[in-house]
Write a protein that binds this ligand. Structure first.
Ligand code: ADP
Ligand code: MG
Ligand code: ZN
Length: 604
């Protein structure tokens, strides 16, 4: 802002100086020769004392017979001939005075109008300078409407991403390879009368590689890539988004063939007329403009729009109809083989010790996305570097898994012996029930080292990927979740706040068993909409498609599930009390028990 203030100051200084100069200029010719009144001049003419009259604008420069000079001012509205008429002068006498209009009328004009025009000129100059400065200062005030898409050129070799960098997601890659072919040689397809798709929608949970895949398509096809995020269209002012969309597509068409990538399109592509606080004009206009642009360019324009979202359910149906984003590519969280491959891709530039088995890491990380895995290896590298070692070992990576999942270890978090004991029983309870009710080997680690917000933790992740969960598995899970609470109560006759997280998770699972999966006595039916909670936009209030009475029954069924789980847990603890004590002893001694050690408690 400072330069603007400076400019204004300069502006005023210039105005004052110029103004002063002008007034001096005006005053100058008057000050030197003697000035006289019109009456004097008239009498002088009548007395034939005047030799010459020079008319310069409003001033009459008089030369008298004795060669002395004087200046007479006349009214600006009156010409000299009018003066002659008004004063009834004798034309013969006037002719003897040799009146003559001097040609410097233009200069006089300039002097006359300059005081009015100059401020305007200065003002225009000021505005021009200021606008230049605002743009120069990188403020976008003057270019609201232009899109902020970043353009990656095709020959950008340095950060070029290709399909090789994307591990797993085979089917999605196959789909997109087709797109690459379209971009490389669209004639092959159009000659056969095939229409090239205009839009591809990448759908998948966060971190599954949507952005990465879109970049890979551009890298493979060797075409320019416009990258913009849905939220970047939206500004405070209505209409800006639409104009940015227009600008983006205009730019894209100029550099066709190319890819326009709209990341997180749900930011603009939400169902119209939905959303808390009524409709959002700006978003709707932006979306409409995107629809118009998608319809507007011809399939042969060779611009392919790729969009990514993790919320396909909230997208406006108009976006999804054929002719727009009619291709949909789904990205799932990676399977164990995919995780293995992703780990390989990301460990390429990292020195791994000989003992590292990426397969084992993949086994330990169900539910991890590509982004999680890349983060995991990064954490492991940082951990190794901080310990001044040159190679990443298996243990480094395993330790990082827990760090990524649960937060950093808090070894300095000193807890009293009493609390340590409670934590040990709590975690031992979880582990014991997990081992008893689920299959052996399900417990991978028990620890009473505080991590993140948890006082201790028991890792019992499935060793293979599961896409379904059966009711019996849910029941066992519920009992395991109750394990900590039940053990504390059984041993100390009292419960602590440490079980809060377990209980809330258990209640959540039990409720979903009733309302979503039809696993309760209420039978095969769902209650409510699963997206109510997240997407309040569709209706202001979560729609309930059941009566008050049913609501009561649901609560009742949830209660039955949780109390049954409680009873099951209690039974295990009571029958295996001795084992529980053994585990607790070892936990208090070593703080952490690994899978193999834990298995030794239960000889086959
Ligand atoms: P999304 O856009 O789906 O949220 P990104 O594409 O931004 O996820 O992925 C984030 C990071 O995770 C990528 O930069 C990459 O390092 C890693 N990643 C995700 N999926 C994969 C994959 N399939 N192969 C390799 N790396 C992946
Ligand atoms: Mg992304
Ligand atoms: Zn617990």
């Amino acid at each position: 802002m400072k330069p603007i203030v400076k400019n204004i100051v300069i502006f005023f200084v210039v105005v004052i100086v110029v103004g002063a100069a002008l007034s001096l200029y005006n005053a100058a010719p008057i000050s030197k020769p003697k000035t006289a009144g019109m009456e004097t001049l008239i009498s002088q003419i009548n007395e034939e004392k005047v030799k010459a009259i020079e008319i310069q604008g409003d001033s009459l420069h008089i030369t008298l017979s004795d060669d002395s000079k004087e200046v007479v001012r006349k009214e600006p509205t009156e010409s000299f001939s009018e003066v002659v008429k008004n004063y009834n002068l004798d034309p013969v006498k006037v002719a003897k005075a040799h009146p003559e209009v001097k040609g410097d009328g233009a200069g006089a004009w300039a002097v006359a109008i300059l005081p009015f025009v100059l401020p305007f000129l200065l003002l225009i100059a000021l505005v021009y300078i200021m606008s230049r400065q605002i743009q120069g200062a990188n403020s976008r005030a003057m270019m609201f409407g232009s899109s902020r898409a970043r353009k990656l050129e095709a020959d950008n070799k340095k950060n070029k991403i290709t399909f090789k960098d994307v591990a797993g997601v085979k089917e999605s890659k196959e789909e997109l390879k087709e797109i690459v072919e379209f971009l490389k040689d669209h004639k092959k397809f159009t000659d056969l009368g095939a229409k090239i798709p205009k839009g591809v929608l990448l759908v998948g949970p966060p971190g599954t590689g949507k952005t990465l895949l879109a970049k890979a398509v551009a890298g493979e096809a060797d075409v320019p890539f416009f990258h913009v995020s849905g939220s970047e269209f939206i500004e405070m002012f209505v209409g800006v988004g639409a104009s940015r969309v227009r600008d983006l597509f205009a730019r894209a068409k100029k550099s066709a063939p190319c890819i326009v990538f709209i990341d997180e399109i749900d930011a603009v592509g939400r169902q119209r007329g939905a959303g808390l606080g009524g409709s959002n004009d700006e978003r709707e206009q932006t979306l409409n403009q995107i629809l118009v642009e998608l319809d507007g360019f011809e399939p042969n324009d060779n611009v392919i729009v790729i969009a990514a979202t993790n919320r396909p359910d909230v997208l406006d149906p108009a976006l999804l109809r054929p002719g727009r984003f009619d291709r949909r590519v789904y990205l799932d969280p990676p399977s164990i083989n995919d995780r293995d491959e992703i780990l390989q891709v990301h460990s390429q530039k990292k020195p791994l010790a000989a003992d590292v088995s990426l397969r084992r890491i993949a086994e330990r990380t169900p539910g991890f996305t590509g982004a999680d895995l890349s983060n995991l290896l990064n954490e492991a590298a940082i951990w190794t570097a901080r310990h001044d070692r040159k190679e990443i070992t298996q243990d480094d990576i395993l330790a990082s898994i827990e760090k990524v999942m649960l937060g950093p270890e808090r070894k300095s978090h000193i807890i009293s012996d009493e609390e340590k004991k409670v934590t040990a029983y709590h975690e031992a309870g979880h582990a014991l029930i997990s081992h008893t009710l689920k299959k052996a080997g399900s417990v991978q680690k028990v620890s009473i080292i505080s991590r993140g917000r948890a006082a201790g933790y028991t890792l019992n992740m499935p060793t293979e990927d599961k896409y379904f969960t059966r009711k019996n598995e849910f029941l066992a899970d519920l009992a395991v979740m109750m394990g900590g609470y039940v053990t504390e109560e059984f041993i100390f006759g009292d419960v602590s706040t440490g079980a809060h997280n377990d209980l809330s998770k258990a209640t959540d699972v039990a409720r979903r068993m009733v309302t979503d999966y039809g696993m309760s006595a209420l039978g095969p039916q769902t209650f409510g909409h699963d997206d109510d909670a997240v997407f309040l936009g569709r209706d202001m209030v979560a729609r309930r498609n059941y009566s008050e009475k049913t609501a009561e029954q649901i609560d009742e069924q949830v209660h039955i599930f949780t109390t049954d789980a409680y009873k099951a847990a209690k039974e295990v603890i009571t029958t295996h009390r001795a084992k529980l004590e053994e585990i607790v002893q070892l936990l208090l001694e070593k703080e952490t028990i690994e899978q193999e050690e834990f298995a030794r408690f239960f000889p086959a």
